[in-house]
Design a protein around this ligand. Structure first.
Ligand code: 8YV
Length: 321
């Protein structure tokens, strides 16, 4: 039997590419140039499976085209907001993702952003590098301590829980959270549920976002919700940029209506609004939540597990559609 044809839209960690070469007839993306919509359409016409990523917008238009060869999309990432799932389902295309293996790396980065924001790391490092440090001061550059403060988790899934656990057990923070449905797991640290996102936003000293992007979550963290935050509070986003009304967040930061933010994701990546770049009270990272060698390798391996299982007629280990 000929090997299934797979196209990988992005450059992958070496061991993942090696496994793809062994088990599939594969086209790799050696120079890592992101696919245009035209190139994606071509891939869907040519390959039995496409290993795609957050940068590939698999729209209803693309997936609704007649005569597609592709039967499975193996998304490299847990978030699948880049894929129109209803269109995939309608077209009979299976979709897999990569949950769990990136939970710790992403929670670590949420904590890093919380520390960066509350300890004013960007602002103070910039001052130092620009030669503006006048010398040690007992009263300048003071940030906010975390022990005894409240972290508000919006979306208490795997990554939300891992972030909350670090905050509770590592930093002595009180945890409050919003989750659409009651948790089905027993937490091994104290945490109180709130009925609404607004309550979490109003009560927390640090709000950390962990809800999926796209669909009904677009703009979910609205201007009104941001306005409900304490002026001393911080917002951390390692989820998706589009869940926040970005202009409202920028205005709140610029006007000092909240103390600061740590952002790893943006509404229209890789575009980052100039107004955000100009602000001192926000740390900005280029979507590196899962960017460790170990995690990206494990994500790639899980994406390949999904492809192999699909083509062997077995249940995919992580199937969304
Ligand atoms: C991935 C992510 O690196 O998994 C996710 O949802 O946001 C990132 O950690 C990205 O999706 C790569 O496609």
């Amino acid at each position: 039997m000929p090997l299934p044809r797979v196209i990988a839209t992005r450059k992958l960690p070496a061991p993942v590419e090696e496994r793809l070469r062994t088990n599939f007839t594969v086209a790799l993306n050696e120079d890592d140039t992101p696919f245009t919509p035209g190139r994606l359409a071509e891939a869907l016409r040519q390959a039995d499976g496409v290993l795609c990523a957050v940068t590939d917008r698999m729209s209803a238009d693309l997936l609704g085209t007649e005569g597609l060869q592709t039967r499975v999309l193996a998304n490299f990432g847990v978030g699948v907001n880049n894929i129109d799932l209803a269109a995939a389902e309608k077209a009979g295309i299976a979709v897999g993702n990569t949950p769990d293996v990136l939970t710790d790396a992403t929670a670590d980065l949420a904590i890093a952003l919380m520390l960066a924001a509350t300890r004013r790391m960007y602002e103070t490092e910039k001052m130092l590098r620009e030669g503006r440090w006048q010398g040690f001061s007992l009263t300048a550059q003071l940030g906010m301590g975390l022990s005894g403060k409240t972290i508000g988790i919006v979306g208490m899934g795997r990554i939300g829980q891992a972030t909350a656990r670090r905050a509770a057990l590592g930093f002595g923070m009180k945890v409050i959270y919003y989750n659409r449905s009651p948790l089905r797991v027993t937490l091994d640290f104290p945490a109180e549920r709130r009925e609404t996102i607004e309550e979490v936003m109003a009560e927390a000293d640090v709000v950390s976002l962990h809800i999926p992007g796209g669909g009904e979550n677009r703009g979910r963290i609205s201007a009104a919700m941001i306005a409900a935050m304490k002026p001393t509070a911080y917002l951390v986003n390692t989820a998706r940029g589009d869940v926040v009304e970005e202009p409202a967040l920028i205005a709140a930061l610029a006007e000092g209506r909240i103390a600061g933010a740590g952002l790893d994701v943006f509404a229209e990546e890789p575009k980052v609004p100039a107004e955000l770049i100009a602000l001192d009270n926000v740390t900005l990272l280029p979507h590196i939540g899962s960017a460790t060698l170990e995690t990206r390798t494990a994500m790639g391996m899980l994406a390949v597990d999904n492809l192999e299982a699909f083509f062997a007629g077995k249940p995919m280990p992580a199937r969304v559609v």
